[in-house]
Unconditional design. Structure first.
Lengths: 114, 114
């Protein structure tokens, strides 16, 4: 069985601070894909970034970056120089093996204050 | 704008009624997914279709059914509605339905059952 945990529930930062969102994904599968989605107050779900289990390096995409720590099964997602528009709920959602369904964590509410 | 469209945006109905939610995937995407977001259950996968065929089923109630038509649009039918069915229903699409595909979400249909 697999388990996705977003232990943080709410984070509040001041604009321009860096913020890291944590996700722990426990699985016995060796092939999996982990996605981050953002849900702003308007309600839509926006795809942000994907990490594959077989990726060798952590990834940076604009102000977003990944950091994977295999020993703790942690996939940390960092927003650099946060902006007020980053205020949203952030979901970590893995897919394992041949399974195409996303399994969403409970989400982390990020508030960025001016 | 993800390219996935959903109608209607809002739906208010009474217990015991039946409603149909409609989704058009992004151009070229063959796979459609339905998810339900509620306060108590979070974001849950309901069902996946690929090129007209049911591919995977999640926590979908027997009162709910879906189909994908030859033009690839999909409909989610909810019948004998209960108060607890009030939720935000999302449709997502992906190119092939493979696990590594990102899923792009529509704006959602907010269903309120009174």
């Amino acid at each position: 069985a697999q388990k996705v945990t977003q232990a943080q529930t709410e984070i509040s930062v001041v604009e321009k601070e860096d913020v890291t969102l944590d996700c722990v994904y426990e699985t016995r599968d060796t092939t999996y894909y982990l996605f981050w989605y953002k849900q702003p107050p308007s309600g839509e779900l926006v795809f942000l970034i994907r990490r594959n289990s077989f990726d060798e390096q952590n990834e940076i995409s604009g102000r977003y970056s990944w950091n994977f720590q295999k020993s703790t099964s942690s996939f940390n997602f960092t927003i650099t120089a946060s902006q007020v528009v980053d205020s949203a709920v952030y979901f970590c959602a893995p897919k394992t093996g041949a399974n195409s369904k996303l399994t969403f964590g409970k989400g982390i509410t990020l508030s960025v204050r001016p | 704008d993800s390219g996935v469209t959903q109608t209607p945006k809002h739906l208010i109905t009474a217990t015991g009624q039946r409603v149909t939610l409609r989704c058009s995937p992004r151009s070229g995407d063959l796979s459609v997914y339905w998810y339900q977001q509620s306060l108590d259950q979070g974001l849950q996968f309901l069902i996946q279709y690929y090129n007209g065929e049911e591919r995977a089923k999640g926590n979908i109630l027997e009162r709910f059914s879906a189909q994908q038509f030859p033009d690839l649009h999909s409909e989610l039918n909810l019948s004998s509605l209960e108060l607890g069915d009030s939720a935000l229903y999302f449709c997502a699409s992906s190119p092939t339905g493979a696990p590594y595909n990102e899923q792009f979400f529509g704006p959602g249909t907010r269903l309120t059952v009174l």
